[in-house]
Design a protein around this ligand. Structure first.
Ligand code: LMR
Length: 330
């Protein structure tokens, strides 16, 4: 009898331990690393994803967001992802050159007339095909996230392409962007985002290209007296993870995480336009920088000078791809 009770007690204790063990199983951690400020379209979308996951699966998954290059710069993050040090990132489409040349498409100057055209193309079959362009390298493209169209800032008023000649511009790590500046006889320098403010402030470079939300949140307007509203190219992102991490998630968790991410991306893409307008207004209000609005004739000169870049990259990007993207303007 005594032995029976002891066995029962022991069995109950083991069951309790197993139960407690499974209830206390550590949640899966998803580290989301990015380089911009929190109050930008990408920063807001990343935090939204973290909050949705916290609300819906608090015991299963924890999302930790690291903004402002706190964890990695964009040129380190993909390697870190392959090593399992970070699970999510959303680098600009201009930063995947080491892995694929297909995404070069997005850097062609004056390809898209506005963000509606960008959105339309990304949702098309060809746009979805590009989302898969990193699969052979061990990455899963989970969605496109918007920022907006880029403007040119400089320590000199840039009205026509000749004004940029001889100037040093910081660019993202894209050969197309290098060619774009070379087309106007300027000098492109590939530098990490985290270094741009100091490079501008110390006058190690003359100018840069970026969206209004990045210009405002990084305070470039405080160290750049002129911003030309050129809208000459798009700055968008691909939200990615590693195939190994993604496939290793339990099916139900992967489905829920993807749902939360889709919602966060949709939200980020909805507010990107407003953030752009708001940041531009704040730059105007600051009176630190003069905004140069191009006349149609001046703008046509930039288009004419930079458009030959399309031909230069036609073989690697594919003419059918360029035509499909351009057609999204209609
Ligand atoms: C840049 O390097 O200028 C951008 O990629 C930063 C960003 O993520 O918006």
């Amino acid at each position: 009898m005594f032995r029976k009770i002891t066995t029962l007690v022991a069995t109950a204790a083991v069951s309790a331990m197993i139960f407690a063990g499974s209830a206390l199983a550590a949640p899966i951690t998803i580290k989301f690393s990015h380089v911009v400020a929190e109050n930008t379209p990408k920063g807001i979308a990343a935090n939204k994803f973290r909050d949705l996951v916290a609300e819906r699966m608090p015991d299963k998954v924890v999302v930790e967001v690291f903004p402002s290059s706190q964890l990695f710069d964009d040129d380190q993050v993909l390697q870190a992802m392959q090593l399992g040090d970070v699970q999510l990132a959303a680098p600009a489409l201009s930063k995947f050159g080491r892995y694929t040349k297909q995404l070069d498409l997005y850097d062609l100057p004056f390809l898209f007339k506005d963000m509606n055209a960008v959105e339309k193309f990304q949702k098309s079959d060809k746009g979805m095909e590009l989302l898969k362009s990193l699969e052979s390298k061990g990455f899963v493209g989970l969605g496109y996230l918007h920022n907006g169209l880029k403007q040119l800032s400089s320590n000199k008023a840039l009205r026509v392409p000749g004004d940029a000649a001889g100037q040093k511009f910081r660019i993202m790590t894209s050969d197309v962007l290098a060619a774009q500046f070379q087309a106007v006889n300027a000098i492109p320098l590939k530098k990490p985002f985290s270094e741009v403010f100091t490079l501008l402030q110390t006058k190690a470079i003359d100018g840069q290209e970026n969206t209004w939300s990045n210009i405002y949140s990084q305070k470039y307007h405080e160290v750049q007296p002129y911003i030309t509203e050129s809208n000459h190219g798009v700055l968008d992102y691909m939200v990615i993870t590693s195939t190994e991490f993604w496939n290793g998630l339990p099916d139900d968790v992967r489905t829920e995480v993807k749902k939360a991410l889709d919602e966060a991306i949709t939200y980020g893409n909805q507010i990107a336009g407003d953030k752009d307008t708001e940041a531009r207004a704040k730059v105007v209000e600051s009176k630190r920088s003069e905004i140069i609005e191009l006349t149609p004739e001046e703008r046509a000169q930039w288009v004419e000078a930079m458009k030959p870049v399309w031909k230069q990259f036609e073989d690697t990007i594919g003419k059918d791809m360029i035509d499909a993207a351009y057609a999204a303007n209609n």
